[in-house]
Unconditional design. Sequence first.
Length: 298
Amino acid sequence: MTAPVFIAAPSLPEIVPQRPRRGKFARFVLQHPTIFAGLVLIGVMLLIALCAPYLGTTDPTALAPARRLRPPSAAYWFGTDMLGRDVYSRVLYGTRVSLTVGFAVALLASAAGLAIGLIAGFVRWSDAIIMRFMDGLMSIPSILLAIALMALTRGSVRNVVIAITISEIPRVARLIRGVVLSLREQPYIEAAIACGARTPRLILRHILPNTLAPLSVQATYICASAMITEAILSFIGAGTPPTVPSWGNIMAEGRALWQIKPSIVFFPAIFLLLTVLGVNLLGDGLRDALDPRRALRL
């Protein structure tokens, strides 16, 4: 009689609790501190712009000559201007104007420049016609072109957006055209053409996705440039009307009182600097993250 053979039961695998996976976007941001810093600054400014009615202490357009040129205090955090208006509330509402102009110009100029650059770069016969017109616009400094366009219209945020957008479109178009010209000679494009792919399909399926990375980087620089241009236009009286609180208007009204009341110019300038810094940090981070040559070096 043989002894019974006992077979050991297989051990159950140890259950280890898994940590929740972070999203791809969160990992991408955390891997690039420059992008993270830029998004934090932009997020703070967006929060200020959205909550301006709740963060402000008084109506930014309310006139009170009896309390003009008050120093910073608990009632008026940044003091008052020469008309008695609260500088703190005006600076908060100025955030809305600058962000609106910056984001709107970046979106419109990127969309228009992308369409023009795609056509000029891929349709050979239209290249000379379109780009000569773009070169003519680029020969005029953007700020002078914006001033000339604003001189033909009345001051408003919408007209400022249109004027700055027209001056920024040629730069985007030239960038996209250069990218398309380099992509057009790639073997996979020639293979798609040999297979009978039509031009719209080539552009939408093979060319357009490869232009989004440089376009997104350029859009951040356009956004920062638009904010500075809007402040310059408002500072010289060719931008938003005086009834609309913007950082350029506030600095223009405070320049005559610089020696006795420098805070009127100082606070909106600091807000403008931080906003432009955040957008530029985001652009630099995107450029480093999306550059394939830098990825190969790493």
